[in-house]
Design a protein around this ligand. Structure first.
Ligand SMILES: [Zn+2]
Length: 62
C-alpha cells in the first residue's frame, strides 16, 4: 500500500480534458489510464505519460 503516488501530477490532471468530449478525467490505477467521466473512454498512461489520443483510447464497454 505504498504506491499512492499519483499517476500524473494533480496540476496536469487539472488542465487536461477528454479530447473527444472535453469531459473531466480521473485516474484509473489497476491498468493505468485516465478515464473520462462523460464518455467513459480510457486513455492509457504509458511510462508516466498520458496518451491523449482518441484513436488510442479504450472505448467504454457496453
Ligand atoms: Zn470524454
Amino acid at each position: 500500500m505504498t504506491n499512492e503516488e499519483p499517476l500524473v501530477s494533480a496540476e496536469l490532471l487539472a488542465i487536461m480534458q477528454c479530447p473527444a468530449c472535453a469531459g473531466e478525467l480521473s485516474e484509473r490505477r489497476e491498468k493505468p489510464a485516465l478515464v473520462c467521466a462523460d464518455c467513459g473512454r480510457a486513455y492509457p498512461i504509458r511510462e508516466g505519460i498520458p496518451v491523449m489520443l482518441v484513436e488510442e483510447a479504450e472505448e467504454p464497454a457496453s
